[in-house]
Design a protein around this ligand. Structure first.
Ligand code: 6GU
Length: 239
């Protein structure tokens, strides 16, 4: 998969693209990601990317021309690239949307800033406008990172043996529908001096079923914990 990120804040992606699994997938050439500074497509002498809104109102609006020039320049070499515009006004991005996006060979993310983007740039070149949830961020960069993580982790070879859909028998069927059961690692009992407050013994100990080695009992426990969590926290997922 090849991904282009159009942004007026390219430095926001520096550590994101180097770190951890995504960094390794890029290094191994499983994914190619290119950050494209929108300013490269703005006009001298001031190289402005924003201007005041027609009709008045607070804040600034991103100008259409730099965006249209940048996308035209990318589409010369990648005519079939899908243009994604992360925005709080978009359709909600979820696991299903991630599985739809992962089949694209080329994606262009347009990151908005300021109070908005000139609608003509959106109408002329955006294929999908997506929101990552019901809250407002300061720009599309963090949303773009979220969508890239959710999508690229589904590509073959990106997670390798960390792929939970291979090692956990239930995760594929419940993915996106049930919440995961709690996880624990060593030690099996936290010493009382490190546990905060009046921690009872049961809060310091790993549930005994997980130490039993009985995988059928463990799967049963995980499913019932996942279901209980889902009922308590996300009853909407069970409808
Ligand atoms: Cl995609 N962008 C911004 N600016 N805010 C958001 C969002 C996107 N999704 C939720 N809030």
């Amino acid at each position: 998969m090849r991904i282009f990120i159009l942004t007026c804040l390219p430095e926001m992606f520096d550590s994101f693209l180097k770190a951890s699994i995504l960094g390794k997938a890029i290094e191994a050439n499983k994914i190619q990601i290119e950050v494209v500074p929108l300013r490269d497509f703005s006009d001298p002498p001031h190289y402005r990317l924003d201007d005041t809104p027609y009709g008045g109102g607070p804040g600034m609006v991103m100008k259409a021309e730099p965006i249209l020039r940048a996308i035209a320049s990318l589409k010369k070499h990648s005519p079939n690239a899908r243009v994604i515009f992360p925005s709080p006004s978009g359709e909600v991005f979820n696991q299903k949307k991630a599985t739809e996006l992962k089949v694209a060979n080329e994606l262009i993310f347009l990151c908005g800033r300021y109070e908005g983007v000139d609608q003509r740039a959106i109408d002329l070149c955006v294929d999908a406008e997506v929101s990552i949830g019901d809250y407002v961020l300061m720009g599309g960069e963090v949303a773009t990172m979220a969508i890239i993580e959710a999508t690229t982790r589904l590509l073959p070879g990106v997670l390798g043996n960390k792929d939970s859909s291979i090692t956990e028998s239930f995760s594929e069927t419940t993915h996106g529908r049930l919440l995961e059961a709690p996880q624990y690692t060593k030690p099996s009992e936290l010493p009382s001096d490190i546990a905060h407050g009046s921690a009872s013994e049961s809060l310091r100990k790993v549930p005994t079923v997980l130490l039993s080695g009985d995988h059928s009992a463990i799967n049963k426990w995980r499913n019932s914990e996942g279901l209980a969590r889902t009922k308590a926290r996300r009853p909407d997922l069970l409808k």
